[in-house]
Structures are given as structure tokens and as C-alpha cells.
Ligand binder design. Structure first.
Ligand code: IPM
Ligand code: MG
Length: 374
């Protein structure tokens, strides 16, 4: 069997970590009798600065023909924050309708966690982040009160009516952003979370802020309850986003599958990564179960480490294991995760973030070697 897999190394440390991911996935393919052909796409800052193009419709169409894309990282200090992230990364997630952003938070044996008295048996949950709606839909603007084109006056409605503030000055500038969730958008991702819980410990925790943003997240809750009715065997609970970050630190063992709207899912997976040993270890999958999915580390492009062969490639290699699983190569995927576990457990060859001094490529080479013997 041969798989053609588009690969987007991207910016900053992206190319270095993707090189190690490819190395390990090829070792797994060799062992399990299949092959991988990488189709490289040079998307990212360099391409944008040279051509002015972020990602073309044609490229998106081409990408949509494949089942899985392997992505390094997007983001570069030479380009204004948000331009590449929105113009490339979010565009791909949205265009390809990758409505599930799956982020396992699992502390592996031998990895240090900042949580006192917690170990691998306590830190093992999965965040299912909605990936196509919420405050990420890109509707918003800047406006200035007192000009005829500034018709959308959020602050006036909110503040002047509720608190009686005087904001009639001409210089009053506002920014606003709209969040939206749809019934089907909530349903499909919440259903994914329940199906996943059926294969795990039968528990789904919802994240929202229904006590304040009640229109958007009250709606999310309603849909959640509707879906939950179809899964009487699975227990569920509701968590406000601020509170759940607290429980991550105090009682991570409470969680099995967590389902969250896009922005809260983004926020909680950073502390999630920290308790599993750091951003260098946290993988993610942007899934469209019926279409094209994309696999990436959840960390960014870390421009200050670019080209130093220093950063931890494990998150990217682990994301690669998720890619193999998605392609149906379960045994190969398991070997890659087992090789990562063994490398971390042995603790000889590790990068600086894990208090080691090995290079990115030494870690990749070692994990590729272990794939052949685990
Ligand atoms: C992530 C990142 C992205 C997000 C950024 C880079 C757009 O933080 O994947 O978690 O907000 O989704
Ligand atoms: Mg993030």
C-alpha cells in the first residue's frame, strides 16, 4: 500500500520538526509494509513574502483530494500577527471543514509534570475542540462612533443603556468580534465526543461560559443535552471555562473526554499541554472524518529557535502517529507511540525542554530506531 501525503513544513521550527516526523513515519512504514510519498507544499511566511499569496483556492482544492495532511507550524515575526495564522492555518481548517480538533492530554511514563503528586494514571484525557465556528469565524471590525459608516455600535448598546456611560465623543473607537455556533456545528462535534467516550471511560465534560455568554453557550448546552440523550450509558457534566482550568491543575483525573467550543478549546489545551509535560509533547489532529484531516503539533513556530536543531520533535512525531491511525495503519501508529514512550521513559536522548541536551534530529533518529524494535 502506498499513501500520498501532502506535507506543509511551514515556518520557524516547522521544517526541522517535520523532518523528524517524516523520518519516524517512514521507519514505521518500512516495518509494516507500506510506503509514504510526501507531496511538499511550501506554504508559509517565505512563500507569502515572495509571492503575496497565502494559500490559493487551487491549492486548497488540491489538498482536499487527500485524506491526511502533515503540518509543521505557521507564524513568522516578519509578518503581522494573524495574517499567516488566519490566512493559512485557519483557512485550511475551515475550507476542509475539519470540525474536530482532537488534542490528547496524556502524561507518559518518565515525563515530569508540574503537578505535585500526579502521575500518568491521573493525567489521561482528550480535548475535543470544535474547530470551525465560535469567535473564530472572522466576523468583526473596527469602527468609530459619530461617522455615518459606523453603524454597528456595540458599546453604545451595551454600556450606555446598561451603565449610562457617555460615549458620544467623536474619537470613540471600538472593536468588535462576533461569535456564532450553529445547531449542526455543535451537534456533530459533541456527537464525536460522545462516540469517543464510548471507546474510553464513558464520560463527557462540556466546557462553556453559559452563565455570561448565554445566547451562544446556552445554545451549545441545549444541543449538548439533546445529544447526551442518545448516550444514556455515558455520564456528562458541565464546566465553566475558567473553572475547568482550575480543575486541570487540581484534579485532572476527573476528566475523560472534554468537548469545548473553538476558543475555549484553544485556551484550555495550552494548560493541558503543560500538565502533560510541555508544549513539546502535545499533538493535535484537525479531523474531518468524511474528508481531509490535518495533523500538527499544537505548539507554534517558535521563531527564536529556528534553525538551531534544538526543539523537541515529539509533539510532531506523535501527531504523525495520529496521522497513521487515521490512514488505518493502526499497528504502525501504535509502534510510533510505543517508541515515543520508550524514548521518554529511558530518558537518555531528550531535548532541552525535558532537561536533556540532545538535538531535534538525535531525538528523531532515536525514536525511528526504537520503532524498529518496540
Ligand atoms: C492553536 C493555535 C491557533 C488557534 C492559532 C495559531 C491560530 O493557537 O492551534 O491552538 O488559535 O487555533
Ligand atoms: Mg492554541
Amino acid at each position: 500500500m502506498n499513501y500520498k501525503v501532502p506535507v506543509i513544513p511551514g515556518d520557524g521550527i516547522g521544517p526541522e520538526i517535520i523532518a523528524e516526523g517524516k523520518k519516524v513515519l517512514e521507519a514505521a512504514a518500512d516495518r509494516h509494509g507500506f510506503s509514504l510519498d510526501w507531496i511538499e507544499y511550501p506554504l508559509g511566511a517565505e512563500h507569502f513574502l515572495q509571492t503575496g499569496e497565502l494559500v490559493s483556492e487551487e491549492t486548497l482544492k488540491e489538498l482536499s483530494k487527500y485524506r491526511a495532511i502533515y503540518l509543521g507550524a505557521i507564524g513568522d515575526p516578519r509578518v503581522k500577527p494573524g495574517v499567516l495564522e488566519k490566512g493559512i492555518l485557519l483557512t485550511m481548517r475551515f475550507y476542509l471543514d475539519q470540525y474536530v480538533n482532537l488534542r490528547p492530554v496524556k502524561l507518559l511514563e518518565g515525563v515530569w509534570t508540574p503537578l505535585k503528586d500526579k502521575g500518568p494514571k491521573d493525567i489521561d484525557f482528550v480535548v475535543v475542540r470544535e474547530n470551525t465556528e465560535d469567535f473564530y469565524i472572522g466576523i468583526g471590525s473596527r469602527a468609530r462612533r459619530g461617522r455615518s459608516h459606523a453603524t454597528f455600535d456595540v458599546r453604545r448598546n451595551l454600556y450606555s443603556i446598561k451603565f449610562g456611560l457617555d460615549i458620544d465623543s467623536d474619537s470613540e473607537e471600538i472593536g468588535y468580534q462576533i461569535g456564532e455556533v450553529s445547531k449542526e456545528g455543535c451537534r456533530r462535534v459533541i456527537k464525536y465526543a460522545f462516540d469517543l467516550a464510548m471507546k474510553r471511560r464513558m464520560q463527557v465534560s462540556s466546557v462553556d461560559k453559559a452563565n455570561v455568554l448565554s445566547d451562544i453557550y446556552g445554545f451549545w448546552r441545549e444541543v449538548f443535552l439533546e445529544v447526551a440523550k442518545d448516550y444514556p450509558q455515558v455520564s456528562h457534566d458541565f464546566n465553566f471555562v475558567d473553572a475547568i482550568t482550575m480543575w486541570f491543575v487540581k484534579n485532572p483525573e476527573w476528566f475523560d473526554v472534554i468537548v469545548a467550543p473553538n476558543m475555549f478549546g484553544d485556551i484550555i489545551t495550552d494548560p493541558g499541554a503543560m500538565i502533560q509535560g510541555g508544549l513539546g509533547l502535545a499533538p493535535g489532529a484537525n479531523l474531518n472524518p468524511e474528508g481531509t484531516s490535518m495533523f500538527e503539533p499544537i505548539h507554534g513556530s517558535a521563531p527564536k529557535y529556528k534553525g538551531q536543531n534544538k526543539v523537541n520533535p515529539v509533539a510532531t512525531i506523535w501527531a504523525g502517529a495520529m496521522l497513521l491511525e487515521h490512514l488505518g495503519e493502526d499497528a504502525a501508529a501504535k509502534d510510533v507511540v510505543a517508541a515515543i514512550e520508550r524514548n521518554l521513559y529511558e530518558g537518555r536522548i531528550k531535548t532541552y525542554d525535558l532537561a536533556g541536551s540532545s538535538t531535534t534530529s538525535e531525538v528523531g533518529t532515536e525514536i525511528a530506531r526504537l520503532v524498529g524494535i518496540v
